[in-house]
Design a protein around this ligand. Structure first.
Ligand code: BES
Ligand code: ZN
Ligand code: ZN
Length: 498
């Protein structure tokens, strides 16, 4: 699979397939337009009889049209001409990619001119085009014995305009798309093939040549470092836990780093407070927060952002071996706070407690974490929005802006002292489950807050609903499988701290 931005007059190309776009008019009774003027004329009859309407993601295929050097022509709808956004473009590119793939051709050209209307849009939309194509091309079939070799496919995004910003934006989109796909694969691998050790080794391998330094702590080191939460959760498992530290230096050492923290629970059966068996296989995705932090760090390095960044992933299984943590057990986190484990299935917050304590010691500019933390988040927001929690107004503003830039949906959730109060322990400082009813995601966030140093801007992103199976709403995401959500937004958050 190769996607490139080709600075050429599209009429001079010879290619088995050409994709052009259509836009619906925002004015009533005005006909739609095909963005390629000659094809607009040639396809007038199809426009007249409303076979082409310009509707967003509409695909109209003209097989064997033999227009100039192109055998087949595909017309993909972009939606109303006054409602073009980069997310629209990303989604339309997903439709374009699927159409090209269905044609079975080895090469295709996409007519980019006319997709955007201005110079600013051109760069934004070029980035969205690269992301849309790259993200849609993701397949996870490496565990199938009769795995179909993916056909070689070259897609040229063709534009007459020779613009530096557009080229840079397209290249950025390709990097982001490939890093998201890297994170998706980590999430899609089953628990037996993506253990904490394999996750750490894969990270070390992927970081080679990127400038990211990776340090991995094994069980003995985790114990020495007093990470009682991570250790306690790992007690029931035959697999050793790992603590993964990724460091990227993009500016002066004196500049405080941006710190990303991820939950890397490679399989969560709930522990002694075991989960029901129906759907339990999905809990291989409980490391998506960690996987997406790894993808974020790789993207930051590949984009050579002028910041210092640290990625921390606490990784373990949550199983029921003879040494497993029992309900009522008390453990001590790295920052000295003690907690009662009143439900062993609320384990994500325990491993994040240590990771956030460690993050605090680095005195970063900001801490941002991602975790598939609570089922309550799925109930609250479903698979459309990622709920985030922060009490820092400045950071909230940066997050909202970052999400507009990335096109990912986020929603600000409440976090108050009442939620903190609900997490007080009876025999230890804290309980890992709430004394109150409801607000399960907010009380989990309140627990996490106890491990973040005062004065450090911090936000927690609960991706339980958006971390996987979002393909029913986003055409560039797998229907089943990891989404890689928040990698793009976290990169934007990093940029906001340059
Ligand atoms: N990994 C789960 C959260 C989860 C549930 C993610 C469903 C995605 C879909 C987490 O470890 C968990 O089990 N949390 C418990 C906490 C409860 C016991 C307080 C939950 O949400 O039920
Ligand atoms: Zn759990
Ligand atoms: Zn979990």
């Amino acid at each position: 699979m190769a996607f490139n931005l080709l600075n050429k007059d599209i009429e001079t190309l010879t290619c088995p397939a050409l994709v052009v776009f259509s836009k619906a008019s925002s004015q009533k009774d005005k006909p739609p337009k095909v963005t390629h003027s000659e094809l607009h004329k040639k396809l007038a009859a199809s426009l007249d009889d409303k076979a082409i309407t310009g509707k967003h993601q509409e695909v109209v295929l003209f097989r064997e049209l033999n227009y100039k050097g192109f055998r087949h022509v595909v017309v993909v709808g972009l939606g109303k001409d006054n409602q073009q956004t980069h997310e629209n473009v990303r989604q339309s590119m997903a439709a374009a990619y699927e159409a090209i793939k269905a044609l079975g051709v080895k090469e295709a050209a996409i007519h980019f001119d006319g997709v955007a209307t201005g110079k600013k849009d051109a760069a934004d939309f070029a980035k969205a085009t690269a992301e849309g194509l790259m993200l849609t091309s993701y397949v996870f079939n490496e565990l199938m014995s009769g795995k179909k070799e993916e056909k070689e496919l070259d897609v040229h995004v063709v534009t007459k305009v020779n613009d530096k910003a557009m080229k840079a934006a397209f290249a950025e989109g390709i990097i982001l798309g490939s890093c998201v796909n890297f994170s998706r694969r980590l999430g899609d691998m089953p628990g037996n093939l993506m253990t904490p050790t394999i996750l750490a080794d894969t990270t070390v391998e992927a970081a080679k040549g990127t400038g990211v330094k990776v340090t991995v702590w094994d069980k003995a080191r985790i114990k020495k470092e007093k990470m009682g939460g991570l250790l306690g959760v790992s007690n029931g498992s035959a697999q050793e836990p790992r603590f993964i530290i990724m460091e990227y230096r993009g500016t002066a050492a004196s500049k405080k780093p941006v710190c990303f923290v991820g939950k890397g629970l490679t399989f969560d059966c709930g522990g002694i407070s075991i989960k029901p068996s129906a759907g339990m296989e999905e809990m291989k995705f409980d490391m998506c927060g960690g996987a997406n932090v790894i993808g974020t760090m790789l993207a930051i390095a590949k984009l050579k952002l002028k910041i210092n960044a640290v990625g921390l992933v606490a990784s373990t299984e949550n199983l029921v071996g003879p040494a497993a943590t029992k309900p009522g057990d008390v453990h001590t986190a790295r920052n000295g706070k003690t907690f009662e484990v009143n439900n062993t299935d609320a384990e994500g917050r325990l491993i994040l407690a240590d990771a956030l304590s460690y993050a605090t010691e680095l005195e970063p500019q900001v801490i941002v974490d991602a975790a598939t933390l609570t089922g309550a988040m799925v109930v609250a927001l479903g698979n459309t929005h990622t709920g985030y929690f922060t009490r820092n107004g400045g950071l909230k503003g940066k997050i909202e802006k970052a999400a507009v830039q990335s096109g990912e949906w986020v929603w600000n959730m409440p976090l108050t002292d009442f939620h903190v109060k609900d997490m007080k322990g009876t025999y230890a400082d804290l309980s890992n489950i709430s004394a109150g009813k409801g607000a399960g995601s907010a009380t989990a966030a309140a627990f996490l807050e106890q491990f973040v140093g005062e004065g450090i801007p911090w936000a927690h992103f609960d991706i339980a609903g958006t971390g996987w199976a979002v393909g029913n709403r986003l055409p560039y995401c797998p229907k089943k499988g990891a989404s890689g959500v928040m990698v793009r937004t976290f990169v934007e958050i990093a940029k906001a701290h340059i």
